[in-house]
Design a protein around this ligand. Structure first.
Ligand code: ZN
Length: 197
């Protein structure tokens, strides 16, 4: 929705890693195993991939979805952006309850090609699980196993939660209630993006 409305490229480390895996690179095979067990890929690898992506796609604005997830990643991102003479305008912190997380993961379909995500209860995709943007196949992701969720939530509390105060200190953090439907959340995010332009 952000790309469509503002023309800003959006990526996530998941999307970058899935492309590596699909291309069958050694890095892609190695990280696929880590992800399947619910762990996080090492900061060093993530940072290299992010820097490569920024050099290729980030010269006219960018959005990272779910990155950085750790303080070392956030510090590395600052260094990369300084080298590229760029900076962060905005950090959007989507606050959701654990119940919302469980409900959404249990009912999520995602395009293996472009990362488009929708609910498996959406009637539009029930009989024909094809991505409306790129014709890719919509599937449940391997890491959508609820058994993996507790590991993820624990990683979030210990490694990601501290990022809120890190970005609060430099006054670019904005908290948004993510328990609402996507239109309401997107409307709040749009207003924030418009204010930076
Ligand atoms: Zn797609």
């Amino acid at each position: 929705m952000i790309t469509h409305q503002f023309g800003i490229p959006v990526t996530s480390t998941g999307a970058i890693l899935r492309r590596e895996r699909d291309l069958g690179t050694p890095l892609g095979r190695e990280t696929a195993e880590v992800l399947q067990s619910g762990g996080l890929v090492s900061d060093k690898i993530i940072i290299e991939l992010i820097e490569d992506w920024l050099r290729l796609h980030g010269s006219h604005g960018f959005v990272f979805d779910g990155f950085p997830r750790t303080l070392p990643q956030a510090e590395s991102l600052m260094s990369i952006l300084a080298r590229l003479r760029s900076a962060l305008d905005l950090v959007v912190w989507l606050e959701v309850s654990e119940q919302t997380v469980v409900d959404r993961i249990a009912g999520r379909l995602q395009c293996g090609e472009c990362g488009f995500t929708t609910s498996s209860s959406s009637a539009q995709f029930a009989n024909r699980p094809v991505c409306p943007y790129c014709d890719g196949h919509l599937e449940r992701r391997n890491d959508d196993d609820l058994g993996v969720l507790q590991t993820r939530l624990q990683e979030f509390r210990t490694k990601t939660e501290p990022l809120a105060s890190y970005y609060e200190k430099i006054s670019i953090l904005h908290r948004i209630d993510g328990n609402r439907d996507r239109e309401a959340v997107f409307s709040d995010i749009s207003r924030l993006i418009e204010d930076t332009q």
